[in-house]
Design a protein around this ligand. Sequence first.
Ligand SMILES: Nc1ncnc2c1ncn2[C@@H]1O[C@H](COP(=O)(O)OP(=O)(O)OP(=O)(O)O)[C@@H](O)[C@H]1O
Length: 329
Amino acid sequence: MSTDPTVLAEAAAPDAERLLADLPPTPAVWCSGLRKRYRKQTAVDDVSFTVGRGEVLGLLGPNGAGKTSVIKILLGLVRPDAGEVLLLGRPGTDPQARARVGYLPELFRYQPWLTAAEVLALHVRLAGAAVPAREQRESLALVGLTDRAGDRVGGFSKGMQQRLGLAVALVARPELVLLDEPTSALDPIGRADVRDLLLSLKERRVAVLLNSHLIGEVERVCDRVVILDKGRVAASGTLAELLGQRELRLRLDEVSAEAEARLAAAGQLTHSGDSYTVTLPADQSATMVPDLVAELVRLGVRVHAVEPARISLEERLLDILRAGTGGDR
Ligand SMILES: Nc1ncnc2c1ncn2[C@@H]1O[C@H](COP(=O)(O)OP(=O)(O)OP(=O)(O)O)[C@@H](O)[C@H]1O
C-alpha cells in the first residue's frame, strides 16, 4: 500500500464527497450573534436564527425593531459590529452565494429611463446568470407586468415598481429570496398574487425570508416566524408553537363554585357575566372539550354556547410585544 500523501488524499476524496453528499443540506440562512449599533441606537442586538431550505420564514416586529437592518446584514449591505452569516452554506460575502440569492429591498428606485424588460435584463447580467429572454418574459408575466414590458419604469406606479422589484428578485432562479415588505404598495389583488407566488416558491423548495407588517399574510404563508422587538428576538417558532394555545369561549349559567373550579382546572379562566373564556394548554387531548362540557352538564350548569377559537398571530404578536420589558429603543 502506498504511503504517498497525494495518493492517500486521492483515494480519500470520493469517500469525503460521499460523506458530504449524505449530510443534510446546510440551511439557506444561518446567522449567529448579529449586533449593530448606529451611534447610541442599538438596531440589532444578539440576533440568531436559521431559515431551512424551502422554508418560508416571517420576520415580524414593530417599526424600528431591526428587521431591515437584519436583512441588510445578511446580504452584506450593512456591516455588523458582531456576528456571523452563512447563506446557502457559504459566507454571506461570497459572490457564489450571493448569485443564488434574490432580494427585494424595502425602498428602491430603478433607472427611470429603462423599460421593465431592460431593468430585468440588467439584473440578470449583474447576477451573472444565463437566463434566456423567454424566461425573463415569464418573470414579468408572473408579476402581472407582461403588458408593460416595453414601458419606461419612470412612469410606473408604486405598485408596478414593487411588482417589477419582485420579478428582479426572482428572475435569476434564486435558491433563497429575501423580501423586505413585498406587498406594502400592492392592491388586494396584488397581495393575493404575491401570496400565490410565495406558495409556488415553497413548492419549488426556494427558501424565503419575508418581512411584512401584514400579519394575516405572514400567517397564511409562513412555516416559521421570528419576532423582533428593540433589536432582539422576542419569540420564534413554528406557527403551531406560537399559536398552540386555543381559547374556549362558553356562555353558561347556573355555574356552581364546583363547576367554576372545574373550568379553572382546564386552563386559565376569565369571565364576565355569563361569558367564560378558558385558555387551553397547547398539549390538550382531542376529547378535552367534550369531556369538559359533559362534566359541566353533570354539575348542573346550563350550557348555551361553546366556541373554540385559535389565537390569531396578530393577538399573539401583540401579547409578546406588550409583555416586552419596555424601556428606550
Ligand atoms: N443608516 C442608519 N443610520 C442610523 N440609524 C439607523 C440606520 N438604519 C437603521 N437605523 C435605526 O435602527 C433601528 C432599526 O431600524 P430598521 O430599519 O432595521 O427597523 P425595521 O424593523 O425594519 O422598521 P420598519 O418596520 O419601520 O421598516 C431604528 O431605530 C433606526 O432608526
